[in-house]
Design a protein around this ligand. Structure first.
Ligand code: HEC
Length: 387
């Protein structure tokens, strides 16, 4: 190996983890500061034995993590509150809960990337790959099964003979003096590495191209392309008429749907009877739906006092003799089918709701035109109350 006479340090090899821990402890205790230990795997207790302080890498992580959080918050504040102030889901422009996920992600992203890049550049001087230990017998041994310690010449207490004696005393097997190399031992930017990178890039591109553009179209991998399917706007080969979709069989009815047979006719041809009894719940339902769908035109009490005055012709009162003598089925028919300019409400109110509205209209009519028997009832009740 081409090396100068300048000493980098003295390195010693040990056989067991216990021996290296012991050696690290003793060398540190002897006051050497510029030392490093190389082992094939992490040896527990080594940082204690070497009296290492916690790594400063965490400060890089903290700094960039906080920068990420601040950047994400500021960016969202700028974008959502200043540049594009849009109300989304009724939230305020600066909505902290909605911003948390992105802030968290950017924090983690910057923290992790800066940790790895910071470690490589600040601590390992990447891309400078030059270290005097590179290529020595020592580093090759500790990369496999030996445990090594190296005391550097830049240490204030460095004295070759004293150190060799100390390492001997600690039971070192081999002691090697490391000299600075003349040139970089493993230069990164070598033509052979660059060629390897280029070859890898070309090979992966070719394989990707072949798989996605050729292989997927070959038997038997092409089944995704050739399977029978219906492509929108294209003629289907499956059916004679060229349509991919079949029409439902004549008379098909959707589940839960009862077709209304008298659509478009002035009156229902058959007698329609109300299948829902005017129970309290049914009338409550009818009232609710009447107030939503009918009251804008017919008024809250069906007196024809439209709230849409001027926008839609006033309907007649539903307290007329005509309306009061109308059958339940006819009222249902008018809601379902509409009548003259009154539109159909079949798509807004369900069948049950329509019958409930009919029951509620009967309640309104009865309230205005009470029967003699109803009055008797009331008289009896109030008499009972007076007593
Ligand atoms: C957009 C306004 C409007 C709404 C909403 C409306 N109607 Fe009508 N309604 C009318 C008009 C206008 C007439 C008169 C139609 C005509 O000329 O025959 C009418 C007529 C009627 C009649 C027949 C009255 C008669 O004497 O011929 C009934 C019953 C009736 N509506 C019930 C309802 C019910 C029940 C609702 C709620 C589902 C409703 N309407 C919703 C405008 C409306």
């Amino acid at each position: 190996m081409n090396r100068t006479d300048k000493i980098f340090g003295i390195a010693a090899l040990f056989d067991t983890p216990d021996a290296i821990i012991n050696a690290a402890e003793k060398v540190t205790a002897a006051g050497y500061k510029k030392i490093d230990v190389n082992t094939p795997y992490p040896v527990h207790g080594m940082n204690k034995a070497m009296k290492l302080k916690p790594s400063k890498l965490g400060f890089i992580t903290l700094f960039f993590g906080l920068s990420g959080a601040a950047f994400a918050m500021l960016f969202m504040f700028w974008a959502m509150s200043l540049e594009y102030p849009m109300i989304i889901g009724g939230k305020p422009f600066f909505s902290l809960p909605a911003f948390i996920p992105i802030t968290f992600e950017v924090t983690v992203l910057l923290a992790t990337l800066s940790t790895v890049i910071g470690m490589l550049t600040f601590f390992f001087n990447y891309p400078n790959n030059n270290h005097p230990l590179n290529g020595t017998a020592y580093i090759k041994a500790v990369a496999v099964d030996k445990f090594g310690i190296c005391i550097e010449a830049s240490d204030n207490k460095f004295d070759k003979d004293v150190i060799e004696q100390l390492l001997h005393h600690l039971g070192a097997n081999e002691i090697e003096t490391i000299y600075y190399p003349k040139d970089e031992v493993y230069p990164i930017f070598q033509p052979k590495y660059l060629m390897f990178l280029a070859a890898t890039a070309i090979a992966t591109s070719l394989v990707t191209y072949f798989v996605l553009n050729k292989l997927m179209f070959m038997d038997p991998f092409n089944w995704m392309m050739v399977q029978d399917k219906l492509i929108p706007q294209e003629k289907s080969e499956v059916f004679e008429d060229g349509f991919g979709m079949r029409k439902p069989v004549e008379g098909t009815v959707a589940r839960g749907f009862i077709p209304y047979p008298f659509m478009g006719e002035p009156t229902p041809a058959d007698v329609l009877s109300n299948p829902f009894l005017p129970t309290r719940e049914n009338i409550e339902l009818g009232k609710k739906k009447y107030l939503i769908y009918c009251s804008p035109c017919h008024g809250n009490y069906a007196e024809g006092d439209s709230r849409l005055r001027g926008q839609f012709p006033n309907p007649p009162t539903l307290h007329s003799v005509r309306s009061r003598e109308m059958s339940d089925g006819m009222l249902y028919h008018i809601i379902t089918n509409g009548q003259n300019i009154m539109p159909s409400y079949a798509s807004q109110v369900t069948r049950e709701e329509r019958w409930a509205i009919v029951n509620y209209i009967r309640v309104l009519q009865r309230a205005k035109f009470a029967r003699e028997s109803d009055l008797q009832e009331i008289k009896k009740e109030s008499a009972a109350n007076v007593e």
